[in-house]
Ligand binder design. Sequence first.
Ligand SMILES: Nc1ncnc2c1ncn2[C@@H]1O[C@H](COP(=O)(O)OP(=O)(O)OP(=O)(O)O)[C@@H](O)[C@H]1O
Length: 255
Amino acid sequence: MNKPLFTLKKVSTTVQNSVGLHINILKNLNLTINEGDFITVLGSNGAGKSTLFNVIAGGIPATSGSIMLENRNITNESALKRTKYISRVFQDPKLGTAPRMTVAENLLLALNRNKSFSLMPRQLNKHIDTFTKLTKQMGNGLDQRLQTSVGSLSGGQRQALSFLMATIQKPKLLLLDEHTAALDPKTSAQLMKLTDEKVTANAQTALMITHNLEDALTYGNRLIVLHAGQITLDVTGVEKQKLTKEDLLNYFASY
Ligand SMILES: Nc1ncnc2c1ncn2[C@@H]1O[C@H](COP(=O)(O)OP(=O)(O)OP(=O)(O)O)[C@@H](O)[C@H]1O
């Protein structure tokens, strides 16, 4: 049985642009994210995908409608409070990590998110084996760079670190905003594979925005398409498995 985790009901979002005009981005959007869903999110540029993530994470308020987390109404909860249970990885590897701190310090920060703690060497030493194991899984040399400052990592290593930090404490929801798009094809494919392994192994509820149709079809149990601020396609399970790249191209061409 599908258990609803996040429920967005008739969510609309209006923002003001640089010349003061009000733009309605999300329009009466309905979405139920079930526990364990791994949803790939497609949509043309400007469809409202990142805005949807911003509204779920609390960065942009819903102008109307409601967002429920199980039985709790979180529509007006701050973004800061929502970081307790929602993690996000962005397209830009520079976001989500502290550049002057080492890889190990960043991981310790993520491990202690929402707690008061110290970055004392004692604390770091306690976790170093765990961090080595975790970073080794990435297969990109990150485990050899635990004591290196994050600013000197490659984009791929830094993005792998952002992903590890976002998942080190299992969040209720993981939002992946084109998180492999800025990486070279090999590094991107490697992080995508690791993402799938981790999300699947942890039964992690996740939404992943991508412009890569193959990734959208290959990964996840569910696929949604956003168009002009609304969800126009929502397929799950066998229906998703049957979907082809050609179907999607035809679907987009029909707009
Ligand atoms: N804060 C804002 N102020 C003004 N306009 C905005 C704001 N945020 C988003 N928009 C506009 O709303 C529309 C939707 O933007 P959004 O970033 O959500 O689209 P997207 O589907 O993620 O696009 P892309 O695939 O290009 O990343 C765009 O036209 C964008 O310019």
